[in-house]
Design a protein around this ligand. Structure first.
Ligand code: FE2
Length: 433
C-alpha cells in the first residue's frame, strides 16, 4: 500500500509506461506495472512526468512590484537598479510577503517547486531579508526557497554593506552573494569577490554571485571567482550568475577561462529572458545577444542552469513563472535546436538547476523526494516547444495543483473537432539530429 501512484508515465530519460510509487513523501519505486494499492492514483496517460522545475536565480523581494514607484524608461540594468533604489525606502515587510506568496502560488501551479532567490541586503533595515525569511518558512510545505544575501548596491561601493552582509547571514540567509561588476573599479570588484569567498569559506556557505553582468569583453570577475573557489577548496559550491560578458569576450581568452571554471567546478547560471533584453542596449546594429556561452560550457563539462531572474519588477515587465518559457528563450538564443541540444536545455531548468543550488533529494530515483509534475507533452522537447500545460503537480506524494488539459473546440465550418496542441508531436524523432 503506497500513499500515491502515478501510472503510465513517460520519463525524461525516454522510458515509458512507467509507474511511480510514493510513500512517506519519498519515491518508493519506479517500475512498469506496479501491482499495489495506493491512497491516490494519478493516471499520467502516457504524458511526461518530470521532477519539478527549479529556478536557479530569482529576485523574490522585487517580484510583482512593476510600476512602483514608476516604470523603467530606458529598459537598462542600471536604470533598473536606480529604480529599485527609489522603491526600497517605501517597501514594507507585509507588502513584500504578500507579493512573494502570490508569486509562489503561481510557481506551485507551474510545477516550480524550488527557487534560489537573491535578497537585496543593501538597506540598513534589512526588511527584505526579514520578509523573505518569513516567506521561506511559509512556503516550505510546497516550495524549497533558498536565499542569497545579495549586496545590490555593491559590497565595497555601498557604505555599510560589509557589516550588512554579516548581519544578513547571521539572520539565516543561506548563500553569500556579490555583484563585482557594480563595484567602482575592476580592482575593487576582484577585491569584493575575494572578501565574499573568504566569508563563505569561514561560514561553510555556498556562493552565488551576479558576475560580469555586462557587455564588457574585458570584465574578468568570473576568473577571480574561479581562482578564489579553488583557493578555498569550495569546488562545486560556487555559482556564477549571468556571466553575460563571456558572450563578448575574446575567443582565445575564453579558451583559457573555461578550464579554470572547470577546475573550480563553477555552476554557471544564465538568465535568458533578462540577458536577451538587458544586454546589447548600447549596441546599434548588429546587437549582441548577451547570453553566456551555454553550449560551449556544457561541452566543457560545466553544470549550466537557467534562471528566470525577474517577473514584473524594475528590470523586466514580463514573466510568467514558467521555467519552460525560460528554457525556450535560452534554447533559441543559444541556437540549441538539435535534438540533443533541446534535450540538454530541459536539464537546465530541472536537474542542472537542482545541482546548481545544491538541492537535496531531487530526482526520479527511489529515495528521492516525492515531487513530480505531469506535463501535457510526450517528452522534454515537446514540453519546451509547447510550454506544456501542468496537468498535475505533486509535492511529497500529495497533489497540490491541477490544470485542465489545454484543448480547444473548433467551430469552423467543414473542420469541426477539437485541437490538442500536444497531438502535433513528431511521430518518430530519433535521439540524434
Ligand atoms: Fe539577478
Amino acid at each position: 500500500m503506497f500513499d500515491l501512484i502515478v501510472r503510465n508515465a513517460s520519463l525524461p530519460d525516454g522510458r515509458w509506461g512507467m509507474d511511480i510509487a510514493v510513500s512517506d513523501g519519498r519515491i518508493a519505486a519506479v517500475e512498469a506495472g506496479i501491482v499495489a494499492e495506493a491512497g491516490e492514483v494519478v493516471d499520467a496517460a502516457g504524458h511526461l512526468v518530470s521532477p519539478p522545475f527549479v529556478d536557479a536565480h530569482f529576485h523574490m523581494d522585487a517580484t510583482l512590484s512593476l510600476g512602483l514607484p514608476r516604470l523603467n524608461r530606458s529598459g537598462t540594468l542600471l536604470e533598473g537598479i536606480a529604480l529599485w533604489g527609489e522603491l526600497k525606502p517605501m517597501l514594507t515587510v507585509e507588502a513584500m510577503v504578500e507579493r512573494a506568496l502570490r508569486y509562489c502560488d503561481l510557481a506551485a501551479a507551474k510545477g516550480l517547486l524550488a527557487i534560489r532567490s537573491h535578497v537585496d541586503v543593501s538597506d540598513p533595515t534589512l526588511r527584505t531579508a526579514e520578509a523573505m525569511i518569513e516567506v521561506r518558512q511559509k512556503v516550505a510545505p510546497y516550495i524549497d526557497l533558498k536565499l542569497v544575501a545579495f549586496p545590490q548596491d555593491g559590497y565595497l561601493r555601498s557604505p555599510g554593506a560589509v557589516e550588512l552582509m554579516e548581519r544578513a547571514l547571521d539572520m539565516g540567509l543561506d548563500v553569500v552573494g556579490g555583484i563585482p561588476h557594480f563595484e567602482r573599479t575592476m580592482a575593487e570588484g576582484a577585491e569584493s569577490v575575494a572578501a565574499l569567498c573568504r566569508i563563505a569559506a569561514e561560514r561553510g556557505l555556498p556562493v552565488d554571485m551576479h558576475c560580469d553582468e555586462s557587455d564588457d569583453p574585458m570584465s574578468r570577475h568570473v576568473e577571480t571567482l574561479a581562482r578564489e573557489t579553488v583557493r578555498h577548496g569550495m569546488q562545486g559550491r560556487v555559482a556564477g550568475s549571468h556571466l553575460t560578458s563571456m558572450h563578448s569576450m575574446d575567443n582565445y581568452y575564453v579558451s583559457k577561462l573555461l578550464p579554470l571554471m572547470v577546475e573550480a567546478d563553477i555552476r554557471a547560471i544564465a538568465n535568458p529572458l533578462i540577458n536577451i533584453t538587458l544586454q546589447g542596449r548600447h549596441d546599434t546594429y548588429p546587437k549582441r545577444r548577451g547570453q553566456t556561452r551555454v553550449p560551449e560550457m556544457m561541452a566543457a563539462g560545466l553544470c549550466v542552469a537557467f534562471g528566470q531572474d525577474c517577473m514584473m519588477d524594475p528590470w523586466y515587465p514580463l514573466g510568467t513563472g514558467d521555467m519552460l518559457d525560460v528554457a525556450s528563450m535560452g534554447l533559441h538564443v543559444a541556437q540549441m535546436t538539435s535534438r540533443v541540444g533541446m534535450r540538454d536545455v530541459f536539464d537546465t531548468v530541472t536537474v542542472n538547476a537542482a545541482k546548481a543550488i545544491g538541492l537535496e533529494g531531487y530526482g526520479l530515483e527511489p529515495g528521492c523526494n516525492g515531487d513530480l509534475v505531469v506535463l501535457q507533452a510526450q517528452d522534454p522537447i515537446e514540453a519546451i516547444r509547447l510550454r506544456a500545460n501542468r496537468l498535475c503537480v505533486i509535492r511529497r506524494g500529495k497533489v497540490i495543483a491541477r490544470s485542465a488539459p489545454a484543448v480547444a473546440e473548433l467551430m469552423i465550418e467543414g473542420r469541426p473537432g477539437s485541437v490538442d496542441p500536444a497531438a502535433y508531436a513528431p511521430r518518430s524523432a530519433g535521439p540524434e539530429g
